[in-house]
Design a protein around this ligand. Structure first.
Ligand code: GDP
Ligand code: IMO
Ligand code: MG
Length: 427
């Protein structure tokens, strides 16, 4: 079992942090492969709650080496403050490795993210405002600044000049903002160099060597399948590839090394930010899911939009990620509903559609076709085995499994590490 990927099967916030932490004690490396501090991964260990944004959730497992891969965009100020926040709480952060090829998020990316959203007005994406899109745009445009550039002042200056040349025109002429001085950017970035240098490594080499030696590497996705820039609900997506292929490009580990791809799947659906959401509930049920599920963003504090489980999306996640397993989370949140609707297909222009439509217009017009399953009222948070669940909760899980196209190998019944029913081992 050399390498496994753990990723979001919906629109993010499925419980990836908890699932990663659960595996953290049994793996040697936990690697973030895309995204940045737009992520908010919650880990609950005993009575301690951690909100991780940029650091891999494996940082909380003492035996595990956390790695930030080349596909991640790194805001150095956020990284250092996250590291010192954890150190203050007694977490050992010394093992962290950061790819020298990861791109940096600088203050001008954050500024551009916010002003461009304002400029889009009604058409805005509802980004987290963390500079993610502009940093990836620079990477693709070949005017990005990488972690390794922090250690060569003359290259850093040349790259900052190249990046700001155009951006300052845009900021001043289009957005009516003050231009950003190259000196200021260079000085700020150089200020991080000494603090970061000890963490920087050839992570591709480290990870491939580890796999060759039989060590176990876990890739931890940020965001989710439907936020993927290629496979998600474009343009209402993030600017990276949370889907399984992203784990390869974002770390330099080839697909032949990956033996398991685990989709984290919430027992209902949530989304933050703008964009289509067929099973969204704008009624009391939606409010109830939000309240009981604590559906408020870890990064921006925004209320999450809530809706019923959507099996069309789960099937799509199985397909585009090649999922081998699901980890179903937050089943406990559904306790107390007499009947629980599940979306089994869509109706689009009078026709029944079983697969996620590739056309955005069709997806915007999709209305859910529901099957309603009987609910349960017993508290399930203490359940340790599948048999401990009430019959109707078992049937709900079995129905989801049949519709979703991969086995449900674990079930979350609460936020804590122990509040998990393990059906098949992931390792
Ligand atoms: P991530 O971004 O995928 O890591 O998910 P978030 O941390 O943003 O949101 C998931 C929330 O659900 C967090 O508050 C978790 O502590 C919580 N959570 C995870 N699994 C479960 C579960 O099985 N039951 C309950 N009640 N909460 C869970
Ligand atoms: P985790 O890892 C949920 C959403 C934003 C917005 C869109 C683009 O905690 O699951 P961006 O700032 O990335 O350019 O915003 O993506 N988004 C998330 N939604 N969970 C996340 O991360 C998200 N990261 C970004 O709300 O709609
Ligand atoms: Mg989150």
């Amino acid at each position: 079992m050399p390498a496994l990927v753990l990723l979001g099967a919906q629109w993010g916030d499925e419980g990836k942090g908890k699932a990663t932490d659960l595996l953290g004690g049994s793996v040697d490396y936990v690697v973030r492969y895309q995204g940045g501090n737009n992520a908010g991964h919650t880990v609950v260990v005993g009575d301690q709650k951690y909100a991780l944004h940029l650091l891999p959730s494996g940082i909380l497992s003492p035996g595990c080496t956390p790695v930030i891969g080349n596909g991640v965009v790194v805001d150095p100020a956020v990284l250092l403050s996250e590291l010192s926040g954890l150190a203050e709480r007694g977490v050992d952060t010394s093992k962290l490795l950061i790819s020298g090829n990861a791109h940096l998020i600088t203050p001008y990316h954050t500024t551009l993210d916010k002003v461009s959203e304002r400029f889009l007005g009604k058409r805005k994406i509802g980004t987290t405002g963390r500079g993610i899109g502009p940093a990836y745009a620079d990477k693709i445009n070949r005017v990005g600044i990488r972690v390794q550039d922090l250690f060569d002042e003359s290259i850093l200056r040349q790259k900052a000049e190249a990046a700001l040349d155009f951006k300052n025109q845009v900021l001043a002429k289009l957005y009516n903002r003050r231009a950003i001085a190259v000196d200021q950017v260079v000085e700020e970035l150089l200020g991080y160099a000494d603090q970061l240098s000890g963490y920087v490594a050839d992570t591709t080499l480290v990870l491939n060597n580890a796999i060759d030696q039989g060590q176990v590497v876990l890739f931890e996705g940020g965001q989710g399948t439907l936020l993927d820039v290629d496979h998600g609900t474009y343009p209402f997506v993030t600017s990276s590839n949370p889907t399984a292929g992203g784990a390869c490009t974002g770390t330099g580990v080839g697909p032949t090394k990956i033996s398991r791809v685990i989709g984290i799947l919430k027992a209902y659906t949530t989304r933050v930010g703008a964009g289509p959401f067929p099973t969204e509930l704008l009624d009391e049920d939606g409010e109830k899911l939000r309240t009981i599920g604590g559906e408020r963003g870890v990064t921006t504090g925004r209320d999450r939009r809530c809706g019923w489980f959507d099996a069309v999306i789960a099937r799509y996640a199985t397909r585009v990620n090649g999922l081998t397993d699901f980890f179903l989370t937050k089943l406990d949140v559904l306790t107390g509903w007499e009947r629980i609707p599940v979306c089994v297909a869509y109706e689009i222009d009078g026709k029944r559609v079983e697969e996620l439509p590739y056309s955005q217009t069709d997806f915007h017009h999709a209305t859910p076709i529901y099957e309603t399953l009987p609910g349960w009222s017993e508290d399930i948070t203490q359940a340790k085995t599948f048999d401990d669940l009430p019959k109707n909760a078992q049937k709900y899980v079995q129905a989801l499994e049949e519709m979703s196209g991969a086995p449900i190998s674990a079930i979350g019944v609460g936020p804590g590490r122990d509040e998990t029913i393990q059906i098949n081992s992931f390792l």
